[in-house]
Design a protein around this ligand. Structure first.
Ligand SMILES: [Fe+2]
Ligand SMILES: [Fe+2]
Length: 193
């Protein structure tokens, strides 16, 4: 349903389980970055009224996810660590050439956002199914559903604002590229590592 071409090796969950504090800090900053992305889309594309409306709601929702994760960090006696560089996202964002028309740039940003939501959703599903810590597993199940909706929304906007056939081709190519990146990942206790 997410279109991803390479599933995460479930053994990634074993790595995560050994360092819950690390995944929680990394996850909190994923939610912060999702908030920042939504704000940045509003700033860059103010004339896309429907997008601006949806992004406004998304800012609130993603920031509430940040708070949920931060609350868990506090509950468990941890402290939020420093932001980590997300190598997966850095790599991913090299795919589309820079420049092009405004619409092209918007479509590219929407497709990146859709894919990051899709992969996060897949990772959260794995955590919800495999974590020994049932309380945390339940939390990830809830978030998995939210991120799946975001994936659908971003992809929907890309198809709405861009040329449908062209967007579908780009999406498919991006999925192929992402699968290549994922081959070397699944070894770190981070959401996309
Ligand atoms: Fe989120
Ligand atoms: Fe999201």
């Amino acid at each position: 349903m997410l279109g991803l071409k390479l599933p995460t090796d479930p053994r990634w969950v074993n790595i995560v389980e050994k360092n819950i504090e690390e995944i929680l800090t990394d996850h909190a900053f994923c939610e912060q970055k999702a908030t920042s992305t939504a704000i940045s889309l509003i700033v860059s594309f103010p004339e896309y009224t429907e997008l601006v409306q949806e992004m406004t709601g998304l800012v609130t929702e993603e920031m509430s996810h940040f708070k949920m994760v931060h609350d868990i960090i506090i509950e468990r006696g941890y402290t939020l660590g420093r932001d980590r560089k997300d190598d997966y996202v850095v790599q991913l964002m090299k795919f589309f050439p820079k420049g092009g028309s405004r619409t092209t740039q918007l479509v590219h940003r929407l497709l990146y956002a859709a894919l990051i939501e899709a992969r996060s959703c897949e990772r959260f599903r794995l955590l919800s199914e495999e974590l020994e810590d049932k309380k945390l597993a339940k939390f990830y199940k809830k978030l998995m559903i939210s991120e799946a909706n975001h994936y659908t929304m971003f992809l929907g906007f890309a198809r709405k604002y861009g040329d449908r056939k062209e967007v579908d081709q780009k999406w498919n190519d991006l999925l192929d590229y992402e699968a290549q990146i994922m081959k070397d990942l699944g070894k770190k206790e981070t959401v996309h590592g």
